[in-house]
Design a protein around this ligand. Structure first.
Ligand code: GLV
Ligand code: MN
Ligand code: MN
Length: 418
């Protein structure tokens, strides 16, 4: 009989609360943007927790952190878990963090029983799952998977025009070369990420554990609309070439295109609009917009993307505006490993938790880990489905259920040779 695994939910909650204090925004909000002093402080904080547990640390050239518990057969591909600790502006304390601190607590719980893994167990803390600095999400796992080439990554610039290599040179994490970050398929035997659901379904259905079968296909693009500026009082309405009015029409068209896609899974968000010169008495002459478009079905997503491009061109032609389109990313969906999904459902139910399969509509580092090895995710409910907000919340009991399930799955898979 397996020894009983004990999850110390008070300790985990204490750590979640402590990490939340490392924030650029005042509590209860959490902001930790890649390369900020809080990002660096949080990295040191989590590394010291890993060292306390006797894990071996490695950091790659883009700052992905790997904390390894060596198995008795260290040459075998390891079982990995993990997530991210960066946070978008004005976020909560659970997104990503539950998967990192939960992974650590799972290791602790296993160690406390005297368990010895056969395959090594590895906790991965990914660099910049959030797109805040460079507009591109999952920077660390994208590079690891090879879906983002080092050359393309080197072209990334933040809003201050500072490039990724320039930032890395300041960080001193090793060489700023990015060509060593990519890992080869098969490097891990499995990857399982614990995460809050970020949606309302588990809470509504009173399900303790959601097991991800598929991660929706995300895409993002940037539009630049240019017209003619001028004096807000002196230039009469007929014949104006107001870039913002064109952008607004495009944004409404984007909403309509998503609503009319024929799939309730299509979601489109115009989340960024930058107006120049951004002055009340001056006609906007240039607008940059960033749009996030997703669907679980890649064909539907691409069809909506084509419609948006076509309509944006028509709007700009009619309004005599110029338009440039830049794709930020257009990723395929990820399909989870049926064996991992089954193993999570079984382990959750054996622990007395209700469990059900589901789709992840948010993207996660697991989307890119799927290029390297079989993956799935363990979702836990979060209050009212709220996420990316300071009032994001999962209870200590809900988090502990996720961690216990994760620990059992890690235990089983680290012993398996097949
Ligand atoms: C991740 O945070 C996402 O936007 O899905
Ligand atoms: Mn997030
Ligand atoms: Mn996340």
């Amino acid at each position: 009989m397996k020894p009983v695994l004990r999850i110390d939910s008070q300790r985990v909650q204490g750590e979640i609360d402590e990490l939340a204090l490392i924030s650029e925004a005042p509590a209860p909000a959490v902001t930790r943007v890649l390369f900020s002093s809080c990002d660096l402080e949080a990295r040191d904080w989590i590394k010291s927790k890993c060292l306390d547990l006797g894990l071996h640390l490695r950091t790659d050239n883009v700052g992905n952190i790997f904390a390894r518990w060596e198995g008795t057969e260290p040459h075998l591909p390891a079982i990995a878990t993990g997530s991210h600790i960066d946070a978008i502006p004005n976020a909560g304390r659970y997104d990503g963090v539950v998967g990192v601190l939960g992974g650590l607590e799972a290791f602790r719980a296993l160690k406390a029983t005297g368990f010895v893994p056969r395959r090594s167990l590895e906790l991965v803390i990914f660099t910049a799952e959030e797109p805040t600095r460079f507009g591109l999400g999952c920077l660390g796992s994208r590079l690891m998977s090879g879906r983002l080439s080092p050359a393309k990554a080197a072209e990334l610039r933040d809003s201050d025009k500072i490039s990724l290599p320039e930032w890395l040179a300041r960080m001193n994490w090793g060489q700023p070369q990015l060509d060593t970050v990519q890992l080869q398929p098969g490097c891990y035997h499995a990857f399982v990420e614990l995460h809050i659901e970020q949606g309302p379904l588990l809470e509504r259905e009173q399900i303790d554990i959601g097991v991800v079968e598929k991660i929706a296909a995300p895409s993002a693009f940037r539009l630049r609309v240019e017209g003619a500026g001028g004096h807000a009082g002196a230039v009469l309405m007929p014949g104006r070439r107001d870039a913002l009015m064109g952008a607004c029409e495009i944004a409404l068209g984007i909403e309509k295109a998503a609503l009319e896609s024929g799939s309730s899974d299509t979601v489109a968000t115009t989340g960024v609009i930058r107006v120049e010169p951004n002055a009340i008495n001056s006609i906007p002459f240039c607008v940059q917009m960033e749009i996030d478009l997703r669907d679980t079905d890649i064909e539907t997503r691409n069809r909506v993307l084509d419609r948006i491009r076509q309509e944006a061109n028509e709007i700009c032609r009619r309004r005599q505006l110029s338009l440039t389109f830049e794709s930020i990313n257009a990723d395929p969906p990820a399909i989870a490993s049926p064996e991992l999904v089954e193993s999570i459902i079984q382990n959750a139910r054996e622990s007395g938790f209700s469990a059900s399969t589901m789709v992840s509509r948010a993207y996660h580092d697991s989307l890119f880990m799927a290029v390297l090895c079989p993956i799935t995710m363990i979702f836990i409910p979060c209050r009212a489905g709220v996420s990316h907000r300071p009032d994001e919340y999962s209870s200590p009991g809900q988090i502990a259920a996720g961690i216990l399930t994760l620990a059992k799955v890690l235990q089983d898979w680290s012993l398996s040779l097949s």
